[in-house]
Design a protein around this ligand. Sequence first.
Ligand code: 0O2
Length: 241
Amino acid sequence: MGDVLGSEALDPAELSRHRRTVERFLLEYECAIDEVETKVRVLRRELSAIHSYNPIESFSSRLKSLDSLARKAQKRGLGSLAQIRESLTDIAGVRVICSFTADVYRVRDMLCRQDDVRLVVEKDYIARPKPNGYRSLHLILEIPVFLSTGPVTVPVEVQLRTIAMDFWASLEHKIFYKYDGDVPSGLLADLTRTAESAASMDGEMERLHREMQSFRTPDDEAEVTEAVLRTLTRLARGLGD
Ligand code: 0O2
C-alpha cells in the first residue's frame, strides 16, 4: 500500500498504526463476505430441505489481497482508503457455482429479492460472453454490516456461474498467468472454441435435467415420503428395520 499511504519513511509505531487502519478497513469487507456467504448457505439449506432440489453446487469467497488492492489503487490513481472505498467494488468477492444456467438467474433473483440487499451493478457475461468466451453473471451487491459503531454499507462482487463455466474460467486463468498475459493466438482460439463447447454442453445437460424432471410425478414423491415416514416411525418406536 506504499503509494496509498505515502512514500515517506515511516517509523515502526506509525507503520503499526497504518497496519491497524488497513486491517480495520478490510474487516468490513470480511464481514460483508460472511453476510453474503450466510445468505447463500441459508438458501442452499432451505432449497435442498424443503424443495428437494439444490441449485447451488458450491461457493467460495476471497478478500482481495493487499498486493492486488495496492496495484489496482495505483493503476486507478486512488490515493487514500476513502477513495478506494468509493471506487473499488471487488474487494470482497463471493463466487457461487450453480448446477444449470437457469439456476444462476434463480439464485440471483433470490439474493436480490432480500430486503437488505441492493443490486448496484449487473454484468451479464452469460447473455453477452466476453470475446475470449468468458461466461459468468457478475453482480455488485450492497449489504449492511452491523458494527459496534453502527451499520456500514459494503459492496460485494458476486460471481455466479455453472460448473462448466467455472471449469473453463479457472483453466483460462491458469493459462493467462502461465503466459503472463501473452497467450499464443492458437491457444486463445482453442480456448474460445472450448468455451462454446462448454456452453453447448450446459444447454444439453439442462435439457436432459428438465426432461428428467418432467418424468417425476407427485405420486413418486408421495411414495418416497411415505416410505421415509414409515422408517422414521419404526425408528421412533425403537423397532429398527
Ligand atoms: P480476481 O482475483 O479474480 O478478483 P474491474 O474488476 O472493475 O477492474 P472489469 O473487467 O470491469 O474490471 O470487471 P469484471 O468484468 O466484472 O471482471 C472482474 C473479475 O471477473 C475478474 O477479477 C475475474 O475474477 C473475472 N473475469 C473477468 N473476465 C475474465 C476472463 O476473461 N477470464 C477469467 N478467467 N476471469 C475473468 P480479477 O480482478 O481479474 O481478479
